[in-house]
Design a protein around this ligand. Sequence first.
Ligand code: BGC
Length: 453
Amino acid sequence: MKDSFRFPNDFVWGAATSAYQIEGYPLADGAGPSIWHRFSHTPGLTENGDTGDMACEHYRRYASDVVLMSELGLKSYRFSIGWGRVLPDGIGRVNAKGVDFYSRLVDELLEYGIAPNATLYHWDLPAALDDRGGWLNRDIAQWFAEYASVVFDALGDRIPMWSTINEPWVVSDGGYLYGKLAPGHRILFEAPIASHNLLRAHGRAIEVFRASNAAEYGRIGIVVNLEPKYPATESIEDLAATARADAYMNRQYLDPLFLGRYPDEMKEIFGEAWPEWPADDMNIITQPFDFLGINYYTRSVAHHNAEREPLKVGGIHQEESVHTETGWEVYPAALTRVLLWVKERYGEIPLYITENGAAFYDPPVAAERQVYDPLRVEYLRGHLSAAAEAMQQGVNLRGYYVWSLLDNFEWSHGYSRRFGIVHVNYETQERTIKSSGRYYSNVIKSNGAAIER
Ligand code: BGC
């Protein structure tokens, strides 16, 4: 980062969470169960049998959590809305108490001058809709539009930033192809259908947004996770493998959204499991939206591996690099690269880094109520510098959200991986700001000048 570089005054410094990962009390006040409630309550599917039943008890502690955000100096808070809190059956009957929870949260944020950034779907599909096929049922585009419309009507006068779906790739890959995440299917034929319906649902929600009052006050986008793929060697086979990995993870969603077509590699990867889609679907999928959210954690180095179906791609572990506790290589330079790539391939849409962060082992809270997490501080420093570098090279980056505000329920890893800049003691629910939280707070207060310190 050049010394002369200054972040714009309106740069959005934030932190992110998601509903099922922090709220706890998933069935309180008439909420309907989600697929994550079901999945985590099925023995053997999450580490230590952990569930989101208590999580960070944010459902009850949201007001003091907003005070904490304000202490950190956050300009914006990215959270998600639990579909089943709002519509217990996924469609139909609205649960006023569920809507009220988010309404109170939003009011509290505004009271402290923190801009709410709401995601409609962060993986917690109502179980009642999964019983009807979930993301495999074409009707889900309509169900999602119905849900979105209820939320826009209730909160649209107060929310400046909306996202439709968080990481469609993870929903399809984890939920339908490899089964590590809810609903836990492992069926090749299902993954493309889930992906396509996620995109259709996104498009329908954009249409509903434009027709609602929420559009007068806010802007809307989608959040994708991007992971640049580097070839292990320059061999033709490895280059082709790298292209397949890139198509599958990075272009599968962005190409249809921006270019109105799927990458050619999709057919190669899925073979006869890749369907012909109705021609009209792309009209819905390509609805213009206002910004793109990018979640960036790591890169991967790809090589051809015929045994790894369906992609036939393996990853090469980079021995010389630092890795996080989720096994991800720390590689900030790829963040600069991916931001430049998005600008070059898809054009001038405003970008936000909607998640970036790391799970590292945290030492126990010291007597003086400190948690020292130097590896996470280094991770943030490297990636914030990489983001600044991209901006210096002309990328229209408008904001950055650290993942995560709080240690929380890390999906199938349960509570065993901590991503927070604030430590959570799950027995007492005590929150302690880690050194990374203090570091980030200084970054915010100095509007980026303290990144290198
Ligand atoms: C997800 C978060 C998750 C984080 C760390 C992202 O893919 O949006 O919900 O906790 O990565 O794994």
